[in-house]
Write a protein that binds this ligand. Sequence first.
Ligand SMILES: Cc1cc2nc3c(=O)[nH]c(=O)nc-3n(C[C@H](O)[C@H](O)[C@H](O)COP(=O)(O)OP(=O)(O)OC[C@H]3O[C@@H](n4cnc5c(N)ncnc54)[C@H](O)[C@@H]3O)c2cc1C
Length: 445
Amino acid sequence: MHATTTSEPAFGSSGTAPTDGHVHDVLVVGGGPAGSSCAYWLAEAGWDVALVEKKVFPRVKTCGDGLTPRSVRQIQDMGLEGTLVGAHRYTGLRAHAFGKVLDLPWPEHPSFPSHGYVITRHDLDAQVNERAAKAGATVWQGTEAIEPILDDVATRQPGAPLASCIGAVVKDKATGQTREVRARYVVVADGANSRFGRALGTARNRSQPMGMALRGYYTSPGHDQPFIESHLDIRDGEGNVVPGYGWIFPLGDGRVNVGVGLLSTDQRWKGVNTTTLMQHFVAWAPKEWELSDDTCLGPATGGRLPMGLAVGPRVGATTLVVGDAAGTINPFNGEGIAYGYETGRLAAASLGEALAGDGLDALLRYETRLEDAYGLYYKVARAFIRVISRPELMRICVGTGMYSETLMTWVLRIMANLVRPDETGPAEAAYRALSALARLAPESV
Ligand SMILES: Cc1cc2nc3c(=O)[nH]c(=O)nc-3n(C[C@H](O)[C@H](O)[C@H](O)COP(=O)(O)OP(=O)(O)OC[C@H]3O[C@@H](n4cnc5c(N)ncnc54)[C@H](O)[C@@H]3O)c2cc1C
């Protein structure tokens, strides 16, 4: 049960070597924000946790690189903020829409700081993963979990609850050799595509919204701006406003991260080409950023954003699913790093209780914890998405909001999930009214 930094067991000469006989308390599949946070909190609590990550850190990961105060809180709690290298600190959001511009500083909040960071995932994920290893987690990089080891083959059917997983066949990417890693519990943290999760029976609820986003890097004189910038009225080739936003996030090192995100809520948006959308956005962005082919540092890359807890089941008899693998991205703003850290931490809490003797009851509490933390909020977000997917309503909402800084400050607070439970201010009142409506509203689009 104690965290150890075990030496790697020897591989067999060919094929799948038998396990070395050691059974870890927990095996975590994936070393992104969700997996590394889960491994950190388990190791911190003294459990024997092993993490496999198929890439070798530092590795490039397609992302907007924006950390909100929610992410910063988790970075602080892992004891990393003071030593974080390569991060540009910023203080708020500059919102552009329909010709108006508003500067919206992050609000004061008792549980979250009033600043964020922009930092490449190349730098960030390596530091968080290293933190988990320093806390005592056994980390195998360049090691892919290629197949789950199942306890009960009968549960491995589409639509069935998550199969019981007690380890993984892992492959050393450098040598091609495979072996088994066994554990009492397994955490699925393998990101948006989640092949490991799918092999255990997870599926995305296709009636719920999915995001798609594309990003690229540019050199820019605005690289050290104190605000991140969002454009809430991005348009397709015909000039139609689409449900999504464009962003320019300053990295503080001569570069900015530029991207577009789109919500696929409705057939209408499924045909929109994000590459074309990105080209339009770059051409249309304020000239002072100097975005052009000349300042572009390489082709844009993209990915999917499973959101609103749209992926399940998230609990099996020996398995929990965290981060993008569980669809935990905030549908309001496409933020997923904070929710990766938070769900990794919630899973670690439940696993600690399970290992201490509560077994399955403790694992089931993970689902309750998710529901308590995000259930109603994500329901409100899904209702919001249904509204902004209709261009005429989107124009009214965003266009009207942009006339009032006060209103947009509340909206920012709600969208970034920074509403204060201890306050009865207008943002909190607005959120309470929205959540009362969302509770009653049917979920169908
Ligand atoms: C274009 C774009 C822009 C975004 N911008 C932002 C932003 O600015 N701010 C924000 O908060 N969020 C943003 N997001 C969302 C954010 O990137 C994700 O929500 C976040 O990375 C989720 O973390 P995770 O740990 O769940 O998954 P990941 O970060 O995807 O980590 C999963 C890890 O698992 C590893 N892995 C996968 N399969 C295996 C396997 N079988 N064996 C071993 N290892 C495996 C992968 O290599 C990877 O390192 C953006 C997403 C996209 C696509």
